[in-house]
Write a protein that binds this ligand. Structure first.
Ligand SMILES: NC(=O)c1ccc[n+]([C@@H]2O[C@H](COP(=O)([O-])OP(=O)(O)OC[C@H]3O[C@@H](n4cnc5c(N)ncnc54)[C@H](OP(=O)(O)O)[C@@H]3O)[C@@H](O)[C@H]2O)c1
Length: 189
């Protein structure tokens, strides 16, 4: 297997297909989401006899419990070597990363972000600054943009989003991958 332990946060919705693909390459998988229903649905999709899988029902609107729940789980089952994160609040990943002790081998961190990160005037990116500065985190961003078509524009399909995530996963050298475009900003749907 390519990965020993994949940790997927917020992966039960639009990222489901990417989570399934990651699961196929992993010995162990932890899924984190808010509801049992979405976790069970994705767990059923990824299930195979030799996959050790865990589902953590945690709500990031209670940040302290969310972070604590993940760290407690990792203390029991071991650190992941790849994380796929779609968290509506970027600070949440920063808080999580701050609590990760120095690692003996780099952990892949695929951080999926909304186009808001590319909005004109957006310059400060604390989570990226922190993760990039840590030699034991191999941090990559996947920015979700939009598609232009003639005079119109549209948001991305789930398939396009997952394809972008999987491209990032297959290309550790791509520090930032934009799916679709984020300019011209005023053309976003
Ligand atoms: N640029 C683009 O084109 C773009 C960018 C972003 C989103 N979108 C579109 O917008 C739709 C909605 O996006 P979305 O992010 O709301 O949905 P989503 O990706 O379909 O699902 C959100 C994920 O985060 C989890 N989650 C949500 N709130 C949580 C919380 N408080 N605590 C812990 N986990 C939580 C969900 O788990 P539960 O289901 O268990 O709550 C789920 O796993 C997407 O389906 C996509 O079509 C498009």
């Amino acid at each position: 297997m390519k990965y020993q332990h994949g940790l997927v946060m917020g992966g039960t919705g639009m990222l489901s297909a990417a989570a399934v693909a990651l699961a196929r390459q992993s010995t162990q998988l932890t899924l984190v989401a808010r509801t049992d229903l979405s976790l069970q649905r994705l767990a059923a999709q990824v299930a195979r006899p030799e996959l050790v899988s865990y589902q953590l029902r945690l709500d990031w609107s209670n940040r302290a419990l969310f972070i604590d729940g993940i760290h407690q789980h990792l203390a029991q089952v071991g650190m992941p070597d790849v994380m796929l994160c779609w968290l509506h609040e970027d600070d949440c990943l920063l808080d999580l990363a701050l609590g990760i002790p120095p690692l003996p081998a780099p952990m892949r961190v695929i951080h999926v972000r909304s186009s808001a990160i590319s909005a004109p005037g957006q310059r400060v990116d604390p989570v990226k600054a922190y993760c990039v500065a840590r030699p034991d985190l191999a941090y990559q961003q996947v920015v979700l943009g939009f598609k232009l078509s003639g005079d119109t524009s549209r948001w991305l399909t789930h398939q396009e989003i997952c394809q972008g995530v999987l491209t990032a996963l297959d290309h550790p050298d791509k520090a930032c991958l934009t799916v679709g475009v984020t300019t011209p900003w005023e053309r976003r749907p």
